[in-house]
Design a binder for this molecule. Structure first.
Ligand SMILES: Cc1cc2nc3c(=O)[nH]c(=O)nc-3n(C[C@H](O)[C@H](O)[C@H](O)COP(=O)(O)OP(=O)(O)OC[C@H]3O[C@@H](n4cnc5c(N)ncnc54)[C@H](O)[C@@H]3O)c2cc1C
Ligand code: FES
Length: 280
């Protein structure tokens, strides 16, 4: 029985791409498109932090994180930044078109270790997309978690995604939300600087569980801030990105030492991530 929507789950062939229909497609920023999807044939089951292999015939297949929570199972979101051939082709699709998916893949955020605890999520840039799945999950099951803090950094105001949700989170008493941009524009009235400077505004209990998702350069400095506040490495989890092909532990493209990022991750406890990520 599925924990999220209560339906019966069935075994599926994970190598077989399945058709998903685009219900809605909007530009989240100039180069990131947010798609709301429904499987053409039945439901999909996922945990926050898991990912999909998204394909378009004639172009290829790319790994993309779920950007919405399984507590909202009627449809699901993914957000794709145009960086190359496949992402560029997919981002030309519009509502009514189809794309093809293999999902759910990977090991997501350790919800059972976060439940009943204070939680902080630190999201940099497009890292807000996979963490949005966890943010929505916590907000939808708010009484299962204690204090919830979210820190979000973007390069500039035009790169901020999900602006309506940011405004809602700012007003909500369920979440301590802080955002910042590296560089302001003439209309920006908020904080300017590095994401780590926002930690001065937080009031974190040393037992807080932390989730970090963003550019690897950010990880080391965010971990230092968390450690300064007494948060132990065993309570810090990182969402890593690696080049992937199969997404199911067969091709070895994502392998580092004895770990396959596609099945053992992409979310790793910091102790394990330190063995995989040289920057840490
Ligand atoms: C688990 C996971 C989740 C991801 N979630 C998202 C998401 O939610 N939204 C999103 O926009 N992107 C996400 N990505 C990154 C996305 O998969 C790549 O941007 C995509 O594969 C690029 O393919 P392409 O053919 O368009 O570009 P290519 O032509 O292959 O590459 C263009 C540029 O992107 C870089 N690139 C390619 N693949 C990756 C990768 N895996 N990681 C980092 N840089 C890469 C290349 O080095 C090159 O500079 C995720 C990656 C992983 C592994
Ligand atoms: S992508 Fe093939 S083993 Fe991980």
């Amino acid at each position: 029985m599925c924990d999220n929507c209560g339906c019966e789950t069935t075994e599926e062939n994970i190598f077989l791409p399945k058709e998903a229909k685009i219900i809605k497609a909007v530009q989240a920023t100039a180069d990131v498109k947010l798609f709301t999807l429904k499987m053409a044939d039945g439901y999909i089951h996922w945990d926050p932090g898991q990912f999909l292999e998204v394909s378009l015939f004639g172009y290829g297949e790319i790994p993309i994180g779920f950007a919405s929570s399984p507590t909202r199972p009627e449809s699901f979101d993914i957000a794709i930044r145009t960086v190359g051939r496949v992402s560029g082709a997919i981002n030309k699709l519009v509502a009514g078109d189809s794309m093809f998916l293999r999902a759910p893949l990977g090991t997501g955020f350790p919800i059972n270790l976060l439940r009943g605890q204070d939680v902080i999520i630190v999201a940099g840039g497009i890292g807000l997309c996979p963490t949005r799945s966890l943010i929505q999950y916590i907000m939808d099951r708010r009484d299962e978690f204690k204090k919830f803090t979210l820190i979000y950094g973007a390069k500039n105001p035009s790169q901020q995604m999900f602006k309506d949700e940011l405004a809602t989170w700012k007003k909500s008493s369920d979440i301590d939300f802080y955002d910042i941009v590296d560089k302001a524009d003439e209309n920006w009235k908020g904080e300017v600087g590095l994401i780590t400077s926002l930690f001065a505004k937080t009031n974190l209990n040393p037992e807080t569980r932390a989730v970090i998702c963003g550019p690897p350069i950010m990880f080391k400095f965010v971990v230092m801030e968390l450690n300064k506040r007494g948060i132990k490495n065993e309570n810090i989890f990182l969402d890593l990105e690696r080049r992937m092909k199969c997404g199911v532990g067969k091709c070895g493209h994502c392998q580092i030492n004895d770990q396959y990022v596609c099945v053992d991750g992409p979310v790793f406890p910091l102790s394990k991530a330190k063995q995989l990520e040289e920057a840490l």
